[in-house]
Design a protein around this ligand. Structure first.
Ligand code: C2E
Ligand code: MG
Ligand code: MG
Ligand code: MG
Length: 282
């Protein structure tokens, strides 16, 4: 009986695995057409400055309007795009769309920084610097309003090249943020080696704040360290007012999360800003 049971477990496993292979293959095929058919869209999640109590930036997050599956989140396709190399074209599209939007905001005197996620393959592609330089020039973007986000693990894949690229980006004036900070295996070494402008504390630490003393200690240590190293800091995944007050009390610079807003399409994002910006009294 045990043997029989084991056998069927393996069958179930194989079936699930086969299904996920087929799904991935389908996603891979559909990705080929997605750019051409304009199925991608950038959504924007606001970043709040906790000191000034004002929205000062946005993170661009990609969404895929899949013709059959509906809206797909990056978790469903970014890894596949990365493995197949399609991330190069998608990443270029993302950068361009984000810069075009940033230009529109600057044109309308909307003072926001734009955070753009960059995957490892894109970061190490030798074309990234030229792409960024051309976009900043073409869209007349103030370089310090553009911030690229990369995870620490990805950054550490090639320390020599990363050091070189970070320096070039810093000279151009474009910011670099470490995304999901605290979840990688890397050392603190890169904080002195790379000209990084910002850390984003991973949301796993924030969601634990009320129940885990360890998370509270880690978050306050990260805040103190960022301050000492003169790094800007954003807490990701802020969902409750308690989390916000904990962060405010330790004077964490910025917060991002569902407490304020999820990522929104451009039109709704503009509406959100209008509703949440105090009009100057003059
Ligand atoms: P990330 O860069 O860490 O982005 C934050 C993720 O957390 C987003 O998920 C956002 O919707 C979600 N989030 C924000 N606030 C909250 C909150 O309060 N609670 C919870 N539970 N979640 C929150 P999303 O949009 O699904 O993106 C997932 C990841 O996919 C991103 O993580 C980023 O690594 C990657 N990604 C997104 N857009 C792009 C892109 O254009 N290019 C690349 N290469 N990667 C992207
Ligand atoms: Mg990010
Ligand atoms: Mg990320
Ligand atoms: Mg993150």
């Amino acid at each position: 009986y045990a043997k029989k049971k084991q056998g069927s477990a393996i069958q179930i496993f194989n079936h699930a695995l086969l299904k996920s292979f087929k799904e991935d293959a389908q996603i891979e095929r559909d990705l080929q057409a997605a750019l051409k058919n304009r199925e991608f869209e950038l959504y924007y999640q606001p970043l709040k400055d906790l000191g000034r109590q004002a929205y000062i930036g946005a993170e661009a997050l990609i969404r895929w309007h899949h013709p059959k599956k509906g809206v797909l989140y990056p978790g469903a396709f970014i890894d596949i795009a990365e493995q197949t190399g399609m991330i190069a074209a998608i990443g270029e599209w993302v950068l361009e769309a984000a810069c075009r939007q940033l230009n529109l905001w600057q044109h309308h005197n909307i003072n926001l920084s734009m955070h753009v996620n960059v995957s490892a393959r894109q970061f190490f592609s030798t074309q990234l610097y030229d792409q960024v330089w051309q976009l900043v020039t073409r869209y007349r973007i103030r370089p310090n309003t553009l911030i690229l986000e990369i995870t620490e693990t990805e950054l550490m894949e090639d320390v020599v090249y990363a050091t070189h690229l970070c320096k070039e980006l810093a000279e151009l004036g474009v910011g670099l943020a470490i995304d999901d900070f605290g979840t990688g295996y890397s050392s603190m070494r890169y904080l002195k080696q790379f000209p990084i402008s910002k850390l984003k504390i991973d949301r796993s630490f924030i969601s634990d704040l009320s129940v885990s003393r360890e998370s509270r200690e880690i978050v306050s240590a990260i805040i103190a360290m960022a301050k000492a190293l003169n790094l800007s800091l954003t807490a990701e995944g802020v969902e409750t007012a308690e989390q916000e007050s904990f962060l405010s009390a330790l004077s964490c610079h910025q917060a991002q999360g569902f407490l304020y807003s999820p990522a929104l399409r451009e039109a709704e994002f503009s509406q959100f800003l209008r509703a949440n910006t105090e009009t100057p009294l003059h």
